[in-house]
Design a protein around this ligand. Structure first.
Ligand SMILES: CC(=O)N[C@H]1[C@@H](OP(=O)(O)OP(=O)(O)OC[C@H]2O[C@@H](n3ccc(=O)[nH]c3=O)[C@H](O)[C@@H]2O)O[C@H](CO)[C@@H](O)[C@@H]1O[C@H](C)C(=O)N[C@@H](C)C(=O)N[C@H](CCC(=O)O)C(=O)O
Ligand SMILES: Nc1ncnc2c1ncn2[C@@H]1O[C@H](COP(=O)(O)OP(=O)(O)OP(=O)(O)O)[C@@H](O)[C@H]1O
Ligand SMILES: N[C@H](CCC[C@H](N)C(=O)O)C(=O)O
Ligand SMILES: [Mg+2]
Length: 483
């Protein structure tokens, strides 16, 4: 139990009804999760307005309400607090409820269109190997010193973040690595977290369904760096067109990394192969099991961040060079007869370009490249034809298939994609809506040495159709047909 005035101390609000001395047994922003004594925070969302559920929350036992609009509230005995921005207030009370866990550890937030999971996961693994207790928030999973919890979002809601971070604190974590999505910044999910560092990987087209314009998308990511404190460090990719823009308003100390320009940390790719590459970094040659220039950027992000907190460069490079690819990111499987399968989470035009151009660089040129690709439903529609166009640019054969159709018609999503097929490619594509069938056909077409890239779902173990998640795992299906 906590007293309302304690969790609102120093926060700007108006008391509309009741008393700030009200006791609170918990916090909820979903009326369906309210219990006796809960503080209910009403949020205006994309689909619903939490204000409509305030009276339900009170009936369910809420003793206090935080909201922006107090009209229509049948308060009776409930305390009603009016604030300017409920999402901001939710982030504030969530941090206070769990006694500010981010104050007790170094929290490092990683943002960017692509590379967040790869970078955050590698940082977590590197610091664990260096002997530090650590936590990780990622798209794939949440980890506390090796103990796994399921992830529902790339960056969860403020209550889930603060609650999990409190568990990290209780487990003695010294570091917490967290993917920070643009949705999370826009919705204040990470506000009032005391970040020790922020990392920017890159920004290219995605999420225009949500942000509407690329400019808004850039601004959402920039806001994350603008909110860092003067004691924090902002580490950014200087080769990205918007790298310096990200950090232009930050008070944090800025550190840059690059493969092309003068910067604080610089690397060079010496040799690239299917299963790794040789990098030159800090006067040292380092072999890594990750491949592709995009992974050289991820490794630079890892090194440039880690060296801020752990200053033995050689030891750091030794541990970084031992890192394996992250699940579903350029995951390479070879069949008994020598066909190569690559499972990758490329679900943006830039990621498709990067993965396929990398395959193109490491292939001999005599083998076939078959790409299986789809696009998610209820997400940015404008990226669909561009993803298709990129696939056709490098592949010999493209099989268009279903990803997570969500509430859209999978056939219509595929049709959107196919408008991006260049005329000269016509006739080299198939449409096989069933993803399993698409994988089976690709395996049937491929011989020894040929390469099948399965893009878009990476680590995912489900296919989401009309709100239901059916078990589906690209890796499992590929292995089955590889036998
Ligand atoms: C568009 C979006 O980001 N939506 C997220 C947002 O929901 P919302 O605030 O818009 O919620 P809403 O459904 O409109 O409801 C408004 C309010 O009414 C409340 N409500 C609703 C019904 C009811 O009966 N009672 C009630 O109180 C809701 O709990 C909510 O507080 O806030 C919720 C809680 O944090 C999220 O679960 C939800 O994620 C949805 C499921 C989602 O799909 N989000 C994706 C797009 C997302 O966030 N993706 C990014 C990563 C993307 C990437 O980097 O690739 C992520 O971080 O995962
Ligand atoms: N630094 C990078 N630059 C560009 N593309 C990348 C980079 N790193 C990875 N990719 C591509 O993007 C895909 C997704 O990578 P990753 O999961 O690390 O990104 P993410 O930012 O966490 O994605 P999400 O937004 O879905 O959480 C990879 O499978 C690969 O195709
Ligand atoms: N975090 C990303 C994942 C996309 C993965 C792809 N398989 C899809 O369903 O679109 C998103 O929500 O946009
Ligand atoms: Mg991710």
């Amino acid at each position: 139990m906590k007293i309302l005035s304690d969790i609102l101390k120093k926060y700007k609000y108006d008391l509309v009804n009741g008393s700030e001395q009200t006791s609170i047994s918990g916090i909820a922003f979903d009326s369906r999760k309210v219990e006796e004594g809960t503080l209910f925070v009403a949020i205006k969302g994309a689909e619903n307005d939490g204000h409509k559920f305030i009276n339900n929350a009170i009936k369910a036992g809420a003793t206090a309400i935080i909201c922006e609009d107090t009209s229509g509230i049948e308060a009776k005995n409930a305390t009603v607090i009016s604030v300017q921005n409920s999402r901001d207030a939710l982030a504030w009370v969530a941090a206070a409820w769990y006694n500010y866990p981010s104050d007790t550890m170094k929290v490092i937030g990683i943002t960017g269109t692509n590379g967040k999971t790869t970078t955050a996961t590698m940082l977590y693994n590197v610091f664990r190997e260096l002997g530090y207790p650590c936590g990780l928030f990622s798209t794939v999973k949440i980890l506390i010193n090796g103990q796994q919890m399921n992830a529902t979002h790339t960056t969860p809601d403020p209550l889930a973040i603060q609650g999990t971070m409190a568990e990290m604190r209780d487990a003695g974590c010294e570091y917490c690595f967290m993917e920070v999505s643009s949705h999370a910044v826009d919705q204040d999910r990470v506000k009032y977290i005391d970040f020790a560092a922020g990392v920017f990987t890159n920004i290219t087209q995605d999420h225009l369904d949500y942000h509407k314009t690329f400019k808004n998308y850039i601004e959402a990511k920039q806001k994350f760096f603008t909110h860092l404190s003067k004691d924090a460090i902002a580490i950014y990719n200087a080769d990205d067109k918007n790298g310096s823009i990200m950090v232009q308003n930050t008070k944090a100390q800025c550190i840059s990394y690059s493969l092309k320009k003068p910067s604080d940390h610089k690397a060079k790719i010496l040799k690239k192969e299917m299963d790794g590459m040789m990098l030159h970094l800090e006067q040292t040659q380092m072999w890594t099991m990750l491949t592709g220039f995009f992974n050289a950027y991820n490794l630079m992000a890892v090194y440039s961040t880690a060296i801020q907190f752990y200053n033995d460069s050689q030891e750091l490079l030794r541990v970084i060079s031992k890192q394996k690819p992250v699940r579903g990111r350029f995951e390479h499987i070879i069949s008994a007869n020598g066909t190569h399968g690559i499972i990758d989470y490329a679900h943006t035009p830039d990621a498709v370009e990067n993965v396929l151009s990398t395959v193109d660089e490491v292939r001999t040129g005599n083998e076939q490249l078959i790409v299986i690709i789809g696009a998610g439903g209820n997400r940015d529609k404008t990226k669909r034809p561009i993803m298709a166009q990129k696939a056709c640019r490098y592949a010999d054969t493209v099989i268009f298939t279903s990803d997570n159709p969500r509430n859209e018609d999978p056939e219509a999503i595929i049709q959107d994609m196919k408008t991006g097929i260049p005329i000269e490619f016509t006739g080299r594509e198939f449409t096989i809506e069933s993803r399993e069938e698409a994988i089976k056909v690709a395996v049937g077409l491929a011989g020894a040495g040929d390469i099948i890239v399965i893009a878009g779902k990476g680590h995912e173990t489900y296919q989401e159709v009309k709100g239901v998640r059916h078990h589906f795992d690209d890796r499992e299906i590929l292995m089955k047909h590889f036998k």
